[in-house]
Design a protein around this ligand. Structure first.
Ligand code: IVH
Length: 679
């Protein structure tokens, strides 16, 4: 009991501290998920020891002194959380106990927007006050700043000639991902610290002393709750209320749906947990609400949460961990890339130990120092990324990190060209580069030699069996030695040797990719293979001839010509040819199978098309001479949007005035190269 009391006291202290850091100072020290864990632990302790329960600490923070205080007429409550479908079921059972059958009534599912809660008060249709939540009872008056947000109407639109005498609506002020990225880019250019995420940048933009600064930030708002209303009779359900708010001119999110019970609501949660990245704004869960306002009154609220709503929180995508070290890896072209060594942490379902830091400028910009506690998230759900340090937790005296001056593999000096972002080890004999080059040659995108991954290449290189890519084809001579190596059996050696043999006839463009020629990617290699048809013809081409080809810029041309001009590379190629490497010649460019309708065009595909898989659609574009990159820019020719398109891509298309085509438009574009019927 003593231990429980002590732990409960400690938890309350921690919760109060992190509340102030998050709500009051816009400078969270732990992730939302970790905060939720503290609250859940305290709740469980109090449930097990009811005599420990005291009035829970108010969520939120006392108002700061920068803005005047606003006492909320109706408290701005937070929501109870559910982290699993089972917890949603438990919530449904509670509903049914208090109002029989309530969980089978219409429930409204809404996205849980990750922004800042703001209450808007309209008197006789005019916006008279905007306030933050603060501690739920007393917030901050942010009227001047909120008045600069274009999405928030200064006056309500009369609906059927009626304007309510009083209306207080609650909603979330947020920043779109695209605006957040743009703002951070501007801050980088101005040498200012960047915001860690759109929520922080929305909060920071709102809490400005000068409303002109708020006005310069692109903020948006979704209204989701009517707290008070006078002079507007007849609203009996939440869906009806939202429809009214929309007609009155307030922005209401378009993804809100009414469902026929908890099962459908759970499906909505699962669907959006998978699709959350398709939106141009961040969400951290789904809010499920009872639709019927009379049933809501019957259910009432606890001291903190309405019983008629619950927030289903998605699995955390951001976690804190310790950055134990920053190291540098050497790539196939000698590029030195810093990477973070982290105390292992589970993010979005997998353990993260390492994360690329891209280049020195990124490390400096984020001011990452070994020993820092850092925020880690998964960019696009897959790639782990270090967002930034938690400065409040930085141990005193932590030294800034300095980029090494020599290669960690061969100790040769690292160099960076004037005005370049990347640093290189220029020693071609560098063992780390050699391993990367050989492993790249064998990789799926190049010669596709299964069973020759980085660790095996490293082993064979260290044993002196591989010195360059040409040596791969001498490995059959070591048929007797290989099975004796640790972890290699006769079957895997046989498979490897078979894969090596098969690769001798790989297409020319894949061989070119495999040679690790700087700046030459897959599409450039395809152009070269089509234009020259053989290695020998390509090697005989001059830089000027190369740069005349569509899709081969001067940088690539110089790099390719430079590569084949080096005696060392010509030797490796001779070795490959002598071992029987005879790349398949692609079809002659003079007789393309399909008309080159998209030469010079860049076409982005998003969402699911009925008639093509994503890969097939992209292959069709490339086959017609076009490119199909993964993102939309001002140079994009068209965006093809299938079912469930990426919102960020559509937003970018709108911003740059790029036409968006449906599947029919795509078929026409492939056939004729014409853009018609933009949606
Ligand atoms: S309803 C009384 N709906 O999540 C009901 N909240 O703790 C008021 N939030 O403080 C909240 N999206 O800042 C509601 N669609 C949504 C929401 C939402 C985001 C935030 C809000 C609230 C917190 C829950």
């Amino acid at each position: 009991m003593g231990d429980a009391a002590e732990r409960a006291g400690r938890l309350r202290g921690l919760i109060a501290h992190h509340n102030v850091a998050y709500h009051g100072l816009d400078s969270p020290e732990i992730s939302d998920a970790e905060f939720d864990q503290l609250v859940a632990e305290l709740k469980a302790l109090e449930a097990a020891h009811p005599d420990l329960a005291v009035t829970p600490p108010a969520v939120g923070a006392p108002p700061s002194t920068a803005f005047s205080e606003v006492r909320h007429n109706v408290a701005m409550m937070s929501l109870d959380n559910a982290f699993t479908p089972a917890e949603l079921v438990a919530w449904g059972e509670r509903l049914d106990r208090l109002a029989s059958g309530a969980s089978a009534l219409t429930l409204v599912c809404e996205l849980k927007i990750d922004g800042v809660a703001v209450s808007l008060r309209y008197e006789d249709g005019r916006l008279v006050r905007a306030a933050t939540r603060g501690n739920g009872l007393v917030g901050e008056d942010v009227t001047s700043n909120v008045s600069t947000v274009a999405a928030i109407p200064q006056a309500l639109t009369p609906v059927e000639g009626v304007v309510p005498s009083l209306l207080e609506v609650r909603g979330e002020l947020y920043m779109r991902r695209s605006a957040f990225a743009q703002l951070n880019a501007e801050r980088v250019a101005a040498g200012l610290p960047i915001f860690a995420n759109p929520r922080n940048s929305a909060a920071g933009s709102l809490r400005q002393k000068d409303p002109a600064v708020t006005a310069s930030r692109e903020l948006h708002y979704w209204a989701y709750h009517l707290a008070e209303v006078e002079g507007l009779p007849g609203l009996t359900s939440h869906l009806q209320t939202l429809e009214y708010l929309r007609r009155a001119g307030l922005p209401v999110n378009g993804e809100i749906v009414g469902v026929g019970g908890l099962e459908e609501a759970t499906n909505f949660c699962k669907r959006w947990e998978e699709r959350r990245h398709d939106l141009d704004y961040e969400i951290d869960g789904v809010v499920i609400k009872v639709d019927d306002l009379a049933v809501r009154s019957q259910l009432g609220a606890t001291s903190h949460h309405p019983r008629w709503a619950i927030a289903y929180k998605f699995a955390p995508e951001e976690r804190n961990t310790v950055l134990t070290d920053i190291m540098v890896s050497i790539g196939k072209s000698g590029k030195a890339t810093p990477f973070a060594v982290l105390e292992p942490v589970v993010v979005s379902g997998s353990t993260v130990r390492l994360a690329s830091l891209h280049n020195e400028a990124q490390v400096r910009l984020k001011d990452l120092r070994p020993g820092d506690t850092v925020v880690v998230h998964k960019a696009g759900e897959v790639i782990p990324e270090v967002v930034g340090p938690v400065l409040a937790l930085r141990p005193p005296g932590l030294a800034p990190w300095c980029f090494p001056t020599s290669c960690p593999s061969c100790a040769a000096p690292l160099t960076r060209g004037c005005g370049e972002a990347d640093t290189f080890c220029t020693n071609l004999e560098c063992p780390a580069q050699r391993v990367q080059r050989i492993a790249h040659f064998a990789s799926r995108g190049a010669m596709d030699i299964e069973g020759l991954g980085e660790s095996r290449v490293a082993l064979l290189t260290s044993l002196g069996l591989l010195g360059d890519v040409g040596d791969i084809y001498t490995l059959p001579a070591s048929r007797e030695t290989l099975p004796t190596l640790d972890g290699w059996g006769p079957v895997s050696v046989d498979n490897l040797l078979r894969a090596i043999e098969a690769s001798k006839a790989a297409p020319l463009d894949r061989l070119l990719v495999g040679l690790s020629i700087r700046h030459l990617g897959g599409s450039g290699a395809t152009v070269l293979a089509r234009a020259f048809g053989s290695l020998e013809a390509l090697m005989a081409a001059s830089e000027a001839e190369l740069s005349m080809l569509e899709g081969i810029g001067p940088k690539i041309a110089a790099s390719v010509a430079g590569f084949f001009g080096l005696e060392r590379n010509r030797e490796v190629i001779a070795k490959l040819r002598a071992s029987g490497v005879d790349p398949m010649s692609p079809m002659s460019p003079a007789t393309p199978v399909v008309a080159q309708t998209l030469t010079g065009c860049s076409v982005v595909v998003t969402g699911t098309l009925e008639g093509w898989s994503r890969e097939a659609a992209e292959a069709e574009i490339v086959a017609r001479g076009g490119r199909s990159p993964g993102s939309v820019s001002a140079r994009t020719t068209a965006v093809i949007a299938g079912e469930g398109p990426g919102a960020a891509k559509l937003a970018a298309a709108e911003r740059y005035g790029v036409p968006v085509l449906d599947e029919e438009g795509f078929a026409r574009l492939l056939e004729t190269g014409e853009i018609r019927g933009p949606r």
